[in-house]
Ligand binder design. Structure first.
Ligand SMILES: Cc1cc2nc3c(=O)[nH]c(=O)nc-3n(C[C@H](O)[C@H](O)[C@H](O)COP(=O)(O)O)c2cc1C
Length: 368
């Protein structure tokens, strides 16, 4: 479909990772979720200038249901975050001695967050139109099925469309919406994910959507897992967490240190960071939401705005301080338990390919 050498797709919010994966023979996909229009255009231009003509794609959050426009959200965000929720986060950080943000700065940050919060249908469309000015080869939809208009725009330009699915029902909807392939995301995955493990989910989705191709996602960070995905009927893999350990990733050193120390069990499912079930590194914040008396997380996107504007920003400003470190978190999957040191993107891709070749040889030996 794309003429790539390695069956490895990389989801990343970091343009450097996208470029390096495509240059190493895989396929980089840039997440748009945290970017405003100007940044999207600048990042895609930078990719075009550095990727040596290799293929790449974009990933857009296009929720199926969205009842508010950004204007509504901007007006309402303050009102919609109930004071007791704000108070809960404030007190947690106050008690840990993490300094508050000056009121004006907090307002500016909330405003900026809302401007980068580009997931209403109109905003997703604007992002896509900007991306169409660049030589993208793929548009992936993260939340729900891609709108017909997007599929038509893409296909008219020879651009492929794909969708993420955590169960068979959603995979069938993605196929019916016109997706050229499906990314089957097992519960091991970092970020928003469902409850079914990759081992069970991948072959189910492969069978359900056949002959539409499937990529296996969730828990892939090494070559034997790529071999498993191929054995289970997938055409390749889609990885997100493994790139966090790379020299090129956007992750700050203090968070990387926590990722390298984490076990698989520390990649917990929580609604406390976005309002939707998301696998993320356990920290004092996610823990606080599991204790008796904690509020039920707000619905997306408000819980995310609450955490980013009041929680994360306060914590990350003083992230080198010992009292802030236990509050640092990042979305990551269970593969985090295998991530112990930094490596270049190129080395990660080559190690995966080398282990894949070993796995094939082993299987060939067994069946010879
Ligand atoms: C830090 C991080 C951020 C993510 N953000 C998004 C996103 O904005 N859109 C999306 O479609 N998937 C996102 N994902 C999920 C990935 O697309 C993918 O499903 C997942 O990383 C695969 O499992 P793995 O983490 O075990 O490799 C994110 C994953 C991580 C680790």
């Amino acid at each position: 479909m794309f003429g790539i050498e390695a069956p490895i797709f990389a989801f990343s919010h970091c343009r450097d990772v996208v470029v390096e994966v495509s240059k190493a023979g895989g396929f980089g996909v840039l997440g748009m979720a945290r970017k405003n229009k100007e940044l999207v255009d600048a990042d895609l231009k930078w990719i075009d200038d550095h990727i040596d003509g290799k293929p790449y794609g974009i990933d857009v959050l296009m929720p199926m249901k969205y009842e508010r426009t950004r204007a509504d959200l901007r007006l309402d965000a303050e009102k919609l975050i109930p004071p007791e929720h704000m108070e809960f986060v404030r007190k947690l950080l106050d008690d840990a001695g993490i300094p508050r943000l000056p009121e004006q700065e907090a307002d500016a940050i909330r405003g900026e967050l809302l401007s980068a919060h580009n997931s209403t249908p109109e905003e997703s469309m604007e992002m896509i139109k900007i991306a169409l000015r660049h030589p993208i080869r793929l548009i992936v939809n993260a939340l729900g099925t891609p709108p017909r208009e997007v599929v038509e725009l893409a296909h008219a330009r020879g651009i492929k469309v794909a969708g993420l699915a955590g169960d068979v029902k959603h995979a069938l909807l993605q196929k019916a919406a016109g997706c050229d392939f499906i990314v089957a995301v097992g519960t091991e995955a970092g970020g928003h994910t469902g409850n079914i493990s990759s081992m069970v989910l991948w072959p189910r989705i492969v069978d359900a959507v056949s002959p539409t191709p499937v990529l296996g996602a969730g828990g892939v960070g090494r070559g034997r897992q790529v071999a498993a995905a191929l054995a289970l009927g997938c055409e390749g893999v889609w990885c997100g967490s493994i790139w966090l350990k790379t020299k090129q990733s956007e992750v700050v050193p203090e968070i990387k240190e926590r990722l390298f120390a984490a076990r698989s069990e520390d990649a917990v499912l929580t609604k406390s960071v976005t309002g939707k079930q998301c696998r993320t590194l356990r920290n004092k914040f996610t823990e606080a939401y599991t204790l008796p008396g904690a509020p039920t997380p707000l619905q997306a996107p408000l819980q995310g705005i609450l955490w980013w504007s009041e929680g994360r920003t306060r914590v990350e400003r003083v992230r080198t301080h010992d009292n802030a470190k236990p509050f640092l978190t990042y979305p990551c999957g269970q593969i985090v338990g295998d991530m112990t040191e930094e490596a270049s993107v190129k080395d990660v891709v080559y190690q995966m390919l080398s282990e894949l070749a070993d796995a094939k040889e082993r299987l060939d030996g067994i069946f010879a």
